[in-house]
Design a protein around this ligand. Structure first.
Ligand code: ZN
Ligand code: ZN
Length: 173
């Protein structure tokens, strides 16, 4: 969904849309949307700046960093974005805007692409490090078995638990 700025009445508009998971395509290898995405918000145009804020809700599956099993999580996020046109960005860049101003995006001055906002917000909501559980054992690098579900006979560096206990007592030396 794109919101054309020329169509805004009095410089503002509310929007609401429910995306089906496949409507957004697959946009990240780690993350898959598994429920409809409910997005609501409003757009406000002030001279050459556009303010977009709203809310998204959905469910996503994210790969565990260690075992690659998919973990389902709820995405429930507010967003508050500011856009300026390319030419304005250049003239402001010298003045005060820095690369750190992550909430400021440059756009073509014509339309706000809600699809892009939704994808971005989903990715922002996903932790950079995802574990299916804190003690996930991961995958054996030799045979590929998921060590949460079974053991393998590969040689590992794992220390006999009895020795590990002793190690702790001696302060890890
Ligand atoms: Zn895992
Ligand atoms: Zn193995």
């Amino acid at each position: 969904m794109r919101i054309e700025l020329v169509n805004l009445e009095h410089g503002r508009a509310d929007f609401a849309h429910v995306y089906q998971p496949d409507e957004l395509g697959s946009f990240d290898e780690r993350v898959q949307i598994v429920a409809p995405v409910d997005v609501t918000g409003n757009v406000r145009l002030e001279r050459t700046e556009v303010f977009v804020n709203g809310h998204i809700e959905t469910r996503a599956q994210v790969e565990c960093d260690r075992c690659l099993q998919r973990v389902e999580m709820r995405v429930d996020a507010d967003f508050d974005l500011q856009y300026i046109t390319g030419t304005d960005y250049e003239s402001n860049a010298a003045a005060e805007l820095t690369e750190d101003d992550l909430s400021v995006a440059v756009f073509d001055g014509q339309a706000i692409d809600v699809d892009e906002i939704v994808k971005e917000q989903v990715l922002l909501a996903v932790p950079t490090r995802m574990l299916c559980r804190p003690d996930c054992k991961g995958i054996c690098p030799d045979c590929g078995i998921d060590k949460n579900t079974g053991d393998c006979a590969c040689a590992t560096d794992e220390v006999d638990p009895r020795w590990a206990a002793l190690k702790n007592l001696t302060g890890g030396k």
